[in-house]
Design a protein around this ligand. Sequence first.
Ligand SMILES: [Zn+2]
Length: 210
Amino acid sequence: MPVNMPAFFIADARGIDFLNSIATPSNEPIDWLQDGAGLVDWLRQAGLVPAQQLDEIVRNAMPGELDRVADQARDLREWFRGFVTGRMGRPLDSGTLEDIAPLNRLLERDEAYGRIVPHEGGHLALEVARRWRSPESLLIPIGEALAHVVVEEDFTHVKACQGPSCTLLFADHTRGRARRWCSMSVCGNRAKVSAHRTRKKNIAEEHHRH
Ligand SMILES: [Zn+2]
C-alpha cells in the first residue's frame, strides 16, 4: 500500500531525497518504499520515471515482482545511507571510488539510448531514452540520482537535520551554508517552540526564587 502522506522532498538533491524515503515525522517510522506499490508511488512523486512507463511496468509486472524490487531499493537505500553518513561534513576523498563500486555495477545495467525528437521552434534535439524491460529497471534512475549526489554535491555541506528525533538528510545549498533543519515548518518550529518553553520556564523559576 502506498503511504497516505506525501513523501519528503526537502533534500535539494533527489539522491538524498531517496534516503529520506524512510522518516519519522511524528512517532512512528514511515517507509514510503515498504512494498512495490509504495516504490512506484514514491518514484511517481519524485518524477524519476515517466508516468507512462511507470504505468506500463505496473501493468506487466508478475505478482510479487515489484515487491522484490522494493526490497532491493531498500537495500540500496541503506547501503547509500552508510556511504553518505560516513562521509558527510568533509570533501570526498580518493577512497570513494572503491566504495562506490556497487553503484557502478547498478549503472552498468542501464539500457539507455539516444533518439532525435522534435524540439521547440521546429528544431530537433537529441534525447536520452531508456528501455524499461523489467521492474528492476526502476532501480536505474535511482542509481543515477545517487551518482549525481556523489559527483555533484560537496559533501562538506551534506547535513543531517538538527531536530533531535529527525532522521532527514539534505544538501545545504544556502548561500551562507547555515541551513540546520529539514524544514522550518517542521523541525525549525519545534526547536523555536522548545527554546521558547525553556526561556519561559527559566523566567518562571527565576521568578519563584525571588
Ligand atoms: Zn528535521
